[in-house]
Design a protein around this ligand. Structure first.
Ligand code: 5AD
Ligand code: SF4
Length: 452
């Protein structure tokens, strides 16, 4: 009998990857993916714990699902509710106490055991598994059978040993772990066979990657990128998220000499104040970051950067905040994500005395976001007139239009008759929209000619 599973993903790309893998794990057990909870036999909430609001959303979703589940039960039908991801890891027991609707709690390191956990349910029994097992979960996972267009994520590294004082990740995802190069290569080749043309290598600290290579040596991310770039049919590589401390010379050099490595880098700095960076335990100063940006720009002059920022970290003064604004103005980011500091239980910063008032955080965030939005608009405007290759990812809003991504990760709309999704088109950027660009085809390029 075919059943349906609906997986709702919160948070980062790592969770999106994990959700797809959970679908892969459940498929051989007769579960097909559903688009909504409405007629699903099983619902998985793949949760995020990074900021307060993320966890709150999960609780309100659980409230809705609980009502649905009751209605189903009155019709004699079952609905299994599982909570996965980082909230499950951090407060799974409490979740089961707070909501009687939660049948399964499964942590991010053990979701390959989901079918066993489902089998254990019954007669009001509920299960919780938040182990950090020593066996490699990636070994027990079936190959993916579904891809969603020509771009895909591939987890190469998980966990974090950096212990930034605001962050729950080291507690929910555990310590740093890198997959082997052979395992990554096999998955990459398989994705390319399924039609994937661009792979984003994922890790909480992806540039801390140190996987065992086919030669038995430990490889860094630069070497991995060069190796994967040789896969025929794979046009583009990216990686995210990086820590400034782990940008080694070889990885920077890969930006200069590996054509398939795209000129766009998400390199979170969090703050421009040395006092705050120190209190965050980031392990670098504002100037270290500036120098690093210079070195990467020297390797790849057209590279565009994006970053994450936290405002209102405990003890952040007006002067500290101005230092962040100053650093942003100096460097220039094509895209950024900025957040109010959110106190996370169990992290060192949560216990700090000088917590910042909500209204101060809100005012700082607004000012920072205005500046970041201006910078994003600036980079979009600066692209007008450029000729770039875009990888066509999906149909556009009207007939004949398609949406692709520039090498700099900007969405580009183009009318491209004769081109298919997964082709690379050479275009000239003509117009700027709020977060994307419009372009015309450069007609002298046939799709196949650019695609290699
Ligand atoms: N409060 C606010 N933002 C946070 N981030 C991580 N932890 C917190 C927190 N406690 C942000 C950081 C990180 C991004 C993924 O989320 O900027 O880079
Ligand atoms: Fe969290 Fe810092 Fe690790 Fe990133 S590097 S996951 S912010 S502890």
């Amino acid at each position: 009998m075919t059943r349906k599973i609906f997986i709702k993903t919160y948070g980062c790309q790592m969770n999106a990857y994990d959700s797809a893998r959970m679908a892969d794990v459940m498929a051989p057990h007769g579960y097909a993916v559903a688009d909504s909870a409405d007629d699903a036999d099983m619902v998985v909430l793949n949760t995020c714990h990074i900021r307060e609001k993320a966890a709150e959303k999960v609780y309100s979703e659980l409230g809705r699902l609980r009502v649905m589940k009751r209605e189903r039960a009155s019709e004699g039908r079952q609905m299994i509710i599982a909570v996965a991801g980082c909230v499950a890891q951090a407060e799974g027991e409490e979740m089961q106490r707070r909501s009687d609707a939660v049948d399964i709690v499964v942590g991010p390191q053990v979701y390959h055991r989901l079918p066993e956990l489902v089998a254990k349910l019954g007669h009001g029994r509920r299960v919780l598994d938040t182990d950090f097992p020593t066996v490699d979960k990636f070994d027990s996972m079936p190959q993916t059978t579904r891809v969603d267009g020509p771009t895909a994520f591939l987890t190469v590294q998980e966990g974090c040993d950096k212990f930034c004082t605001f962050c729950v990740v080291p507690y929910t995802r555990g310590s740093e772990y890198s997959r082997s190069v052979v395992q990554i290569e096999n998955e990459a080749r398989h994705l390319v066979d399924l039609g994937v043309r661009e792979i984003s290598l994922l890790g909480q600290n992806v540039n801390a990657f140190h996987g065992v290579g086919p030669d038995g040596e430990v490889w860094g991310l630069g070497r991995l990128i060069r190796y994967l770039a040789r896969i025929p049919g794979l046009y583009r590589l990216r990686y995210t998220t990086s820590h400034p401390r782990d940008m080694d010379d070889d990885l920077i050099a890969a930006h200069a000499d590996e054509e398939k490595l795209m000129p766009q880098l998400h390199l979170p700095v969090q703050s421009g104040s040395d006092m705050v960076l120190d209190a965050m335990n980031r392990g670098h100063t504002g100037d270290d970051y500036r120098r690093l940006i210079e070195r990467i720009r020297a390797a790849r002059p057209d590279i565009m950067f994006s970053s994450d920022f936290i405002v209102g970290f405990p003890g952040e003064t007006d002067a500290d905040f101005e230092a962040t604004m100053g650093l942003v103005r100096e460097i220039g980011f094509a895209q950024s994500f900025s957040f109010k500091y959110s106190s996370r239980p169990g992290t060192p910063a949560a216990a700090a005395r000088k917590q910042i008032a909500e209204d101060v955080k809100a005012a700082r965030l607004q000012r920072l976001q205005e500046l970041l939005n201006e910078q994003e608009a600036h980079y979009l405007r600066a692209s007008v007139g450029l000729e770039v290759d875009i990888l066509l990812e999906k149909p556009g809003r009207f007939e004949g239009q398609m949406i692709g991504r520039s090498p700099y990760l900007q969405p580009v709309h183009v009318v491209a008759p004769g081109y298919a999704i997964g082709d690379v088109a050479r275009v000239r950027i003509t117009t700027v929209m709020s977060h994307s660009l419009g372009a015309d085809l450069v007609s002298s390029f046939a799709p196949a000619a650019v695609a290699i």
